[in-house]
Design a protein around this ligand. Sequence first.
Ligand SMILES: [Zn+2]
Length: 471
Amino acid sequence: MNVTFWGAAKTVTGSMHQLNVQGKSYLLDCGMYQGRRKEAEERNGKFPFSPNQISAVMLSHAHIDHSGTLPLLVKNGFNGPIHASPGTVDLCRPMLTDSATLQEKDAQFLNKRYVRRRSINMNGGQPVEPLYTTVDAEATFALFRPTTMHTPTEIGPGVRYTSFEAGHIFGSTSMVLDLESDGRKVRLGFSGDLGRPGLPIVRDPEPLPAVDYLILESTYGDRVHEPIQSVANKLADIVNRTYHRGGKLIVPAFAVGRTQQLVLLLHELTNAKTIPRLPIFVDSPLAVNVTEVFRKHPELFDAETMEFLNRHEDPFGFNRLTYIREVEQSKALNDLRGPFMIVSASGMMEGGRILHHLKNNIGDPRNTVLITGYQAQNTLGRKILERQPEVPIFGEPMRLRAEVQELGALSGHADRGEMLEWIKPIAAGLKKVFLVHGEVDQQTAFAAAIQSRYGIEAVSPERGESFDLAT
Ligand SMILES: [Zn+2]
């Protein structure tokens, strides 16, 4: 009985952990690695195990860095069930379809360039195939098994899975795995991505029951966020300042979670007349589809959002807001004068329509780029967050003159104190903590904090490292 860490090992993306019990293999998450292009292609293109030997997948939530290579797993022979909460299952449909479409478009673009270069006898590399297609994504949906939270489910011999609210995004879960092998019983916990208590829309993270071992995320293992209560004031200041300059507010946001939270906050601020009524465009076909999934699952809202709904207000569609699906409409925003706000994906600014908006707007000091989520190393988002004077967009260096602001409190990830509080009720019984989903400096500091506060050993597994789960 052991666990091997294949992704999110000393990094924040590509979450994937392999569990072996009674001779069978299982995956916890099957996420896409994001970072430098070459490295990402290599990592994502090939699994370090045979997909057809995996018996089942247990998926913590729908974010692509946790779910994004599921269609590739299926394409390569995996045929077992994928267990996830009903909200996650519904979110995965638009998200994986969108991801497959991006892969297809990427390959199309590269192949056009290949044909063009070959026609003039230039070395254009090799034709490429998409990582996976919408057909592979479609085959994946058939394998999903919506599994309600708090319902223990037998996954295989000696493996029982129970999931709990993680408070990170819609439908996100932490999980407990009751494992049994050779008469030994072990309980393994997996935090998934852990949210902050008090975040708008989603419910608060639930504590886990006692476990022997815990796989714990550590995105902000060495950071303390601003209190959630400060978000509204800070957001209002940023909106007002940009508005009075006649500027545009460019908000790169993950299609899931942050977009809907921002929209809800802006709605409240506009109602309270704290900010002027400025036009807001949510420019992401994915955000539009995802918002529809949100509407379908009111049971996953927190009490505040429920109250909003009960007053017959639509938290995601107030009248100053325009959802944009079509590319032409998106392009038309280039010619529109400010002030207004554009919310668009991707959140780490690695692809999608946000790149066009950044290209057109970061050179103007009247504008503001508002960052709401984690920016991984080597992403464009990280470079902008660090306010580098020049940043590359579509391979061209661009001057960064716009104001850059960060709304860390809206982060979907718990900070150091919140994570320490989350493990407090189970700390006494923990034998070991495996830190994943964090960069090295965050993990080192967080391991020390866990050790000094609770006296528990916390390790940061290398990619490919295995640990025996002995009782
Ligand atoms: Zn996530």
